[in-house]
Design a protein around this ligand. Structure first.
Ligand SMILES: Nc1nc2c(ncn2[C@@H]2O[C@H](COP(=O)(O)OP(=O)(O)O)[C@@H](O)[C@H]2O)c(=O)[nH]1
Ligand SMILES: [Mg+2]
Length: 518
């Protein structure tokens, strides 16, 4: 079976929760035990990352870039109105999942993509499951969403449901049934983290969508801190419209990203500029040596002529030139004007550039690596806490709905024991992070930044803001900050700040223990 279950747990806390489920499984009712089995399956699955944002913001394009394969249909077609989950499998396979639970295998289109049209009544479809052998998916399940912008009400509601914003049915409703309740089912489909795609100009409904997601995931204690954002289509920004950009597109994109970060703050940690289209072409095999050859021909053109052609897509394709206009259209589709101009410049600077090196240069220009890096840092640092918190919430809900007080007590006691363990402290840290990042607890800027840093990095050096520093220095710094936060908790802090400060103090203390011991 091509199940996503790889048995790899995200970290020590997930391990403890898994042990708890295993231990309790024989001591609870069959129905609760079935629920625990589902919790265990989910705990072992990769982090579920939803790519969300307005329609046409370039979500599917970015999904293809991240997976490294052009598999999600972009632009129009039925499939772009559905949620598609891309997860790891040992064989490439696509399934339509219907709202009544039925599944139907969907053959790939001849170009290796998910067909844009399904050939079934789309109103009966819940979502699409795509199993792919791509290594990236062993680390995370990527969920493509239709978008929360305009479009039709049905796709909006499907997206909201996926993001957990839809109302959950009460568990009491299906008491006695051996079926999984909606909470568990929702938890399985629900996203654990979000990659939020915006384009130039954040709109009110972007804010709303992010707010809906953070509200829906707040119960998982990870809250707003499990979202990162990208400013996509950076290539389409007119640099002359951005003050301080000096006519440079990437500089303009960086300035706009920073502006949007302050608008979206504290819901997302930061906004990274990216050119999804170029990233997709460079990463998914879309960029070929024939394309490189055509670009080489363009690079040979007189510069005045080329600059004129690059003024607009229309001029670029209709201008009289040796490169066939069909070829030019193809280049436009893959790279757009900015990518073409970037490639031509790279070739002119280094005429011997191979097609592979040109692809690499385009990838560098797309900003995708920075997005990948950020994804791996933020989500890797939090996956253990995020997954464990979600699992604990499900375990609690399952015990709660069992109707057996003794069983409920047993589960409750086991959770209490677990929460007292040092590895459980990250749940409190995530919660503190949420309080600070959401503005629920007001902190001076430097202190909020410190809290975010401690809670957003997996590497101790990075947590302490001293990457690569020698251990004794890290230990001394951790101890110093532990002391500082303890005294801040006792003197000079508001009661709410004080609760956060205690958690941060303990986080530093645990870090100190770790560096000192190793
Ligand atoms: N110029 C440019 N176009 C892009 C970029 N990313 C996506 N697009 C185009 O925007 C359109 C919508 O993209 P799509 O991924 O389908 O958007 P979605 O509706 O959010 O999934 C497609 O024509 C893409 O080729 C980008 O970074 N730059
Ligand atoms: Mg799409």
């Amino acid at each position: 079976m091509t199940s996503p279950e790889q048995g790899r747990l995200a970290g020590p806390l997930s391990m403890s929760v898994a042990n708890l489920c295993h231990r309790l499984q024989s001591q609870v009712s069959a129905r609760t035990a079935a629920g625990f089995a589902e919790v265990l399956r989910r705990l072992g699955a990769p982090l579920q990352v939803a790519v969300a944002g307005r329609i046409k913001s370039g979500k599917s394009t970015l999904v293809n870039a991240l997976i490294g394969r052009r598999v999600a249909p972009t632009d129009i077609g039925e499939c772009t109105r559905l949620v598609t989950r891309f997860q790891y499998g040992t064989v490439d396979r696509v399934e339509i999942v219907f709202t009544d639970g039925r599944k139907q295998v969907l053959p790939f289109a001849s170009d290796g993509m998910i067909p844009a049209e399904l050939g079934v009544d789309i109103t009966t479809v819940s979502h699409i499951e795509a199993y792919l052998t791509n290594a990236v998916l062993q680390g995370m399940t990527v969920i493509d969403t239709p978008g929360l912008g305009s479009l039709d009400a049905a796709s909006v509601s499907r997206t909201e449901q996926l993001l957990g914003a839809a109302k959950h049915r009460k568990e009491e409703d299906d008491e006695g049934s051996d079926e999984l309740d909606d909470t568990s089912r929702n938890a399985v489909a629900g996203a654990e983290a979000v990659l939020y795609v915006v384009t130039q100009g954040v709109r009110a409904d972007d804010q709303q969508a992010l707010a809906a997601f953070t509200a829906a995931t707040a119960s998982r204690e990870a809250g707003p801190v499990n979202a990162i954002a990208v400013l996509n289509k950076a290539d389409t920004i007119a640099p002359e419209s951005v003050e301080g950009a000096d006519g440079d597109v990437w500089k303009a994109a960086t300035i706009l990203s920073e502006k949007q970060a302050s608008t979206l703050k504290p819901r997302v940690a930061d906004v990274l500029p990216v050119i999804g289209l170029i990233a997709e072409s460079a990463e998914s095999g879309g960029f070929t040596s024939a394309d490189a050859e055509a670009l080489r021909q363009l690079a040979d053109l007189d510069d005045d002529i080329l600059q004129t052609m690059l003024i607009s897509a229309d001029i670029f394709t209709s201008w009289e030139c040796d490169v066939p206009s069909g070829t030019r259209l193809r280049l436009l589709e893959k790279l757009d004007l900015f990518g073409i101009s970037h490639a031509v410049e790279a070739i002119r600077k280094e005429p011997e550039l191979t097609a592979g090196a040109l692809r690499r240069s385009l990838l560098d220009a797309s900003g995708l690596e920075a997005v990948r890096h950020r994804l791996s840092i933020v989500f890797a640092a939090r996956a253990d806490g995020i997954k464990a918190a979600a699992a604990l919430a499900s375990v609690t809900a399952l015990a709660h709905s069992s109707g057996d007080p003794a069983e409920r007590q047993r589960v409750h006691d086991a959770i209490e024991v677990l929460l007292a363990k040092p590895e459980a402290h990250q749940l409190r840290l995530l919660e503190a992070l949420t309080l600070v990042a959401s503005g629920a607890v007001d902190m001076p800027e430097d202190l909020s930044e410190e809290v975010l840093r401690v809670g957003s990095n997996a590497d101790i050096g990075a947590q302490l803001g001293k990457p690569g520093a020698p251990r004794p220095e890290l230990a001394a710094h951790a101890l110093e900050r532990a002391g500082w936060w303890r005294s801040f908790a006792s003197f000079g802090a508001t009661p709410a700040q004080s609760r956060v400060a205690h958690v941060v103090h303990r986080a530093y203390f645990l870090i100190w223990q770790q560096v000192r011991e190793a």
